[in-house]
Ligand binder design. Structure first.
Ligand SMILES: NC(=O)c1ccc[n+]([C@@H]2O[C@H](COP(=O)([O-])OP(=O)(O)OC[C@H]3O[C@@H](n4cnc5c(N)ncnc54)[C@H](OP(=O)(O)O)[C@@H]3O)[C@@H](O)[C@H]2O)c1
Length: 375
């Protein structure tokens, strides 16, 4: 991280200058000093009584910048949240490269999940109160000190669950629960293969499959260090696919039976090897393409072993089937409070270090979830 920091030094200095500028805005928010006009990519905002820092993608594929942006006023059903931690997701990085399925107009603030405190509520808000600890989900905009949420997309953090762990739950654990329970109908005692098993989604999947569903987990990851972490988190066996062929190793580990369920976030050849390694009536869930290649599925394979290939797009459940979406998040919160799952925060970066945080994930250095400490 230090070397990356040196390489990106100029950018961080700009972040520091920006942070200093925001400080004066904050004081102004409490009525002490006048504000300067704020400019985002040439768009000038009029003076506003409040402002907060946000990470902005002003140009696709370019580093994000941290700037002060004006607060917006609340609608009756909305809640203003002071964000404490924001989870970093592969989808945020892809969105800032223009490679994600959802496109955003520039400039935009990425960030799909957060934990924080309720600052203010609209007149019709009944689900949360000022000062309560919450997690929330967003399409974008959560990588900022402040987020204005629809009350429907906030969940209270149970007593005893720290903000850091809570910030990990929406995307990674929501995805793991929907993939394993809702899509694959994983049963106790079944064998579950998890690829990129030490990653954010992967480790959450290992955790839920082993600790909650009592499945036998085979963790597949790109280094011994990552395999060991997945083993510590509940996997029974592991394959380092940078050293050994996944398909051959799975034959040995399952005595040629294959795995009942495979949850894949990598795509490409790893997906194909996982598909070929399914047992009779096995299910593979397509979750992501972190390796950059979208594989094709030969239909005859599905027929020959009576296997199923399923897709999972976590965020789509929010719009298409909210009860399922919300129930996965409530389950994650409950499992966490009961101590049945243990979210793993692999690294915490400051808001000004958002580009380092993104690089940490894309360079395959991360384990578990990377989160940004915002305020
Ligand atoms: N469908 C959904 O709703 C949903 C939800 C969450 C995430 N996802 C997708 O799942 C994938 C993983 O997301 P995540 O946030 O959990 O990330 P992550 O797993 O924490 O990080 C990606 C991991 O993928 C592996 N990988 C293999 N080839 C890679 C490459 N060429 N570049 C980078 N990483 C590579 C690396 O693990 P190894 O070194 O062990 O190979 C790396 O650590 C992404 O494609 C994401 O978009 C989808």
């Amino acid at each position: 991280m230090a070397r990356a920091g040196a390489r990106l030094g100029l950018r961080w200095q700009a972040g520091v200058r920006s942070a200093a500028r925001v400080e004066s805005c904050r004081r102004n928010g409490f009525g002490q000093e006048p504000l300067s006009p704020i400019s985002l990519s040439g768009v000038n905002f009029l003076q506003h009584p409040r402002a907060y820092r946000a990470a902005l993608c002003t140009e696709l594929t370019k580093p994000l910048v941290v700037r002060d942006v004006p607060s917006s006023s609340l609608q009756s059903h909305e809640v203003r949240v002071r964000v404490r931690y924001c989870g970093v997701n592969f989808a945020d990085i892809l969105a800032c490269q223009g490679l994600y399925q959802d496109k955003h107009s520039l400039p935009f603030t990425p960030g799909m999940e957060f934990s924080g405190d309720v600052l203010e509520t609209g007149v019709e808000v009944s689900s949360v109160k000022e000062g309560e600890r919450v997690i929330g989900v967003a399409h974008t905009k959560a990588l900022a000190e402040e987020y204005v949420a629809d009350q429907k997309l906030l969940w209270k953090i149970p007593h005893g669950v720290p903000y850091e762990e809570a910030a990990v739950l929406p995307v990674s654990y929501g995805t793991a629960i929907l993939a394993l329970e809702h899509r694959a109908h994983t049963q106790p005692g079944e064998t579950v293969l998890v690829t990129a098993a030490a990653g954010a989604t992967g480790l959450a999947t290992v955790d839920v499959a082993s600790s909650v569903l009592k499945a036998k987990v085979i963790a597949a990851a790109g280094s011994d260090r990552k395999c060991n972490l997945a083993l510590q988190k509940g996997a029974s066996q592991s394959v380092n696919y940078s050293r050994a062929g996944l398909r051959e190793e799975l034959k040995k580990l399952t005595a040629y039976k294959g795995v009942d369920v495979a949850i894949d976030t990598i795509g490409g050849d790893i997906f194909k090897e996982a598909l070929h390694s399914l047992a009779w009536e096995g299910r593979i869930v397509v979750v992501g393409f972190a390796g950059g290649t979208i594989p094709s599925i030969p239909a005859n394979l599905l027929l020959l072993k009576n296997i199923s290939a399923l897709g999972l797009y976590w965020g789509r459940y929010r719009d298409q089937d909210f009860p399922v979406f919300s129930s996965a998040l409530s389950s994650a919160l409950r499992y966490c409070q009961e101590g049945r799952i243990q979210p793993h925060v692999g690294a915490v970066f400051k808001l000004e270090e958002v580009n380092e945080a993104f690089a940490h994930v894309t360079q395959r250095k991360s384990t578990g979830k990377v989160i940004i400490s915002v305020s």
